[in-house]
Design a protein around this ligand. Structure first.
Ligand code: GLC
Length: 505
């Protein structure tokens, strides 16, 4: 395969619990994924990322890992995993797994040992501290709401958890932690994975003095703490991880979940010999506004170019409201898809994005996300984007499971199943399939265009997006793919098209 495959890759995120269920328990699993691999290959993606499938009590749906080198019995076995990788590779699909190094589950043997006695050596793997003035050691708050500290009553010390109390943070200043994770990487690399998505990659090391984290003012994205995470120790760590990946044949790669807004800071993570990719969440956070999107695209490209890396564009994942709902319409989500798939750099799609799914209003009684519970319902959480995939037929399970789906699926999805969308030429699924097959290459060159529009060329392909203008005149050429058919040679508002032109013409 061509060198540095990740620079052009489109990777499909599989939220394992919600993709396909093979055994009728209502939870997606590895064998369910195996049964749907042909779908991914026909869609035209280069590979997929599996969200955590490791043994886990499920407090954060797999992001609370109790054993880093096994498969949760509810989701399959190591033999199923090996078969999945082999079958994916036979179809030319790369497989990425999710590594969760910031925290373990409360049920991980290391943490159980740590709680068993203040003298146990495993205690040093975590961040235990005495309190301050009868309260926690500092004012850090958890991403999921409330304090980031929980009292361990027998010892009188507090332990740190950036997420829920069921997810105690590891102390990455501890050398044993570092050595053990290298073994975890090798365990999966030996099983032929093509790489890793690194969870919470900017936060493993905390400032040793645990000084207060100062939120940017005005506050911008959640979790964009800048003073106590994003520590200098991360870069040598990722250089070592890169060395480990490079020992293996076949171009294994890392993509970091790094929730930092500033592209220059972000680009430091993908300097040569560090991570291959880092999600560029700025586009995901941009409004449906031509100037805002163009600014983000150019600013990111400048920062990444300066370190000879490329951005990693993403509009959806299992933590954010679905794109069609954020942008207020499926039309805009479709137009955004053609914009993103035309950009230079890597791209990640989230399962269901290719179906144009909207955020689901999950009834409170069915909600599962710890964010909902830790904020007493003030934040509804992420269940609405995690509802299982509608494959075929109708409610209640749309071919996802023969049992009851772990989150209820809306009746209105009957028209949006994979089966139905395959039959319709104008469906969102067909739009993605065609765009993935026609992905452009070459440098991005902006073309002059009216306010409220984005037009650029890459090679012989022109990508035109009418974000908010009355009409956008299209250049002469062959219409390759469009979200709406042009009217009198022009695109209506909230529409996009790719046109093949004679270069420079
Ligand atoms: C990441 C994951 C999110 C999880 C959190 C804690 O942000 O994407 O789903 O809850 O880390 O592991």
């Amino acid at each position: 395969m061509a060198g540095e495959w990740w620079r052009r890759a489109v990777v499909y995120q599989i939220y394992v619990r919600s993709f396909a269920d093979s055994d009728g328990d209502g939870l997606g699993d590895l064998n369910g994924i195996r049964s749907r691999l042909a779908y991914l290959s026909e869609l035209g993606v280069d590979g997929f990322w599996l969200t955590p499938f490791y043994p886990s009590p499920g407090a954060d749906h797999g992001y609370d890992v109790a054993d880093y080198t096994d498969v949760d019995p509810q989701l399959g076995t190591l033999a199923d995993f090996d078969a999945l990788v082999e079958e994916a590779h036979a179809l030319g699909l790369r497989v990425l797994v999710d590594i969760v190094p910031n925290h373990t589950s409360r049920e991980h043997p290391w943490f159980l040992n740590a709680l068993s006695s203040a003298d146990h050596p495993d205690r040093a793997r975590y961040v235990f501290r005495p309190g301050r003035d009868g309260g926690p050691p500092n004012g850090w708050t958890s991403v999921f709401g409330g304090s980031a500290w929980t009292l361990d009553e027998p010892s009188g010390e507090w332990y740190l958890h950036f997420f829920s109390p069921d997810q105690p943070d590891l102390d990455w200043h501890n050398e044993q932690v570092q050595a053990d994770f290298e073994d975890v990487l090798r365990f999966w690399l030996d099983r032929a994975v093509d790489g890793f998505r690194i969870d919470v990659a900017q936060a493993l090391f905390k400032a040793r003095d645990l000084h207060e984290m100062v939120e940017p003012d005005p506050p911008t994205w959640h979790a964009d703490w800048v003073t106590a995470v994003n520590q200098p120790e991360l870069h040598p760590l990722y250089e070592r991880w890169r060395t480990v990946a490079d020992e293996y044949p076949g171009e294994r790669m890392f993509v970091g979940e790094i929730v930092l807004q500033d592209h220059v800071t972000l680009a430091r993570y993908v300097e040569p010999d560090r991570l291959h990719l880092a999600f560029t969440f700025s586009l995901l956070h941009a409004e449906w506004d031509a100037d805002a999107m163009r600014h983000v695209i150019d600013d990111a490209r400048t920062a990444f170019d300066s370190v000879d890396a490329c951005p990693t564009w993403v509009f959806e994942n299992h933590d954010v409201t679905r794109l069609a709902t954020r942008y207020g319409s499926v039309e805009r989500a479709r137009a955004a898809a053609l914009l993103m798939l035309a950009l230079p750099g890597a791209k990640f799609l989230y399962q269901g994005q290719e179906l144009g799914l909207e955020e689901v209003e999950v009834p409170d009684a069915a909600r599962q996300d710890p964010i909902f519970f830790r904020t007493a319902g003030e934040r509804v959480g992420r269940d609405g984007c995690r509802v299982p995939i509608p494959w075929e037929n109708g409610p209640p399970a749309f071919g996802f499971t023969t049992g009851t789906p772990w989150l209820p699926m809306p009746d209105a999805w009957t028209e949006l199943t994979v089966e139905r969308q395959r039959e319709r030429d104008d469906s969102t699924l067909e739009l993605y399939r065609r765009a993935l097959a026609e992905r452009p290459s070459g440098a991005l060159v902006w073309r002059e265009s009216p306010a409220g529009t984005l037009v650029f060329e890459r090679g012989s392909l022109v990508c035109a997006v009418n974000v908010d203008a009355e009409r956008l005149e299209l250049p002469a050429g062959e219409l390759v793919v469009a979200t709406e058919l042009p009217v009198d040679g022009a695109l209506v508002r909230n529409a996009a098209a790719w046109i093949r032109v004679i270069p420079g013409g």
